[in-house]
Design a protein. Structure first.
Length: 234
């Protein structure tokens, strides 16, 4: 069984969502191990596997937290030695930040609800290929500059850098996949999340976000299989 692991970067249940999501893939069932990065477990991560998935977090890459600095250094080390790294939301932003790009709070405000992105490039692991992808989004921060050498894979009208790929390059022999959307979020979770955020985003945005959830199924299973193929084929 191919081995991989995900890094849990918050006290949320994101890591369990990803474990369940990856186990549902018919391509392969990735063995996972969760590392609580806020609890100082990072030093064990690369000893377990060179395949790393970094989940979302309420934190921002610009926050002055020791665990964020340590995770940033782990990303750089893993990339140098040939690791395969996938980042979702915060993880996507930190991958860009750690490897020479930039992420910050967007002047556009919140991206919340179901959104469709245009896929710009087809790769060996984007199978089945889709020209458009719908995922759930929940973020204020965005990748505003890609790392040197990165390839933009998808964009949407709210998020210019919705998905990117990097590597190998002069900075390392690894490969990186960053995804702003949340393939692990089900409609029920998004409904609860939007209700929780309503006092921050306002009733108008919360209503529009909930209405976007009724527009159809997301492509979470497609993106799940892309992640699995990325880990297996890169």
């Amino acid at each position: 069984m191919p081995k991989g692991h995900d890094l849990r970067v918050s006290k949320s249940k994101d890591s369990e969502k990803f474990k369940n999501l990856l186990l549902d893939s018919e391509i392969a069932q990735l063995e996972t191990k969760v590392f609580e990065v806020e609890d100082g477990a990072l030093h064990e991560a690369l000893e377990y596997s060179s395949k790393i998935l970094i989940t979302g977090s309420p934190a921002g890459v610009y926050d002055r937290e020791d665990w964020i600095d340590e995770l940033r250094e782990l990303i750089r080390k893993a990339y140098r030695v040939g690791g395969l790294l996938v980042g979702i939301c915060f993880g996507h932003q930190l991958l860009a930040d750690a490897l020479g790009g930039e992420a910050k709070k967007s002047e556009r405000g919140w991206g919340l609800g179901g959104r469709e992105a245009e896929v710009l490039l087809e790769t060996a692991w984007t199978d089945p290929f889709r020209k458009r992808l719908c995922l759930h989004y929940s973020h204020q921060d965005q990748v505003t500059k890609l790392p040197p050498g990165a390839r933009l894979l998808a964009k949407c009208n709210f998020c210019d850098n919705a998905m990117f790929e990097l590597g190998p390059s002069d900075a390392g022999s690894g490969k990186v996949l960053g995804i702003q959307g949340h393939p692990e979020y089900k409609v029920s979770h998004m409904q609860d999340l939007i209700s929780h955020l309503e006092s921050r985003v306002g009733p108008a945005m919360a209503t529009a976000a909930k209405e976007s959830l009724a527009e159809g199924e997301t492509d979470s299973e497609v993106v799940r299989d892309w992640i699995v193929r990325f880990f297996l084929e890169c």
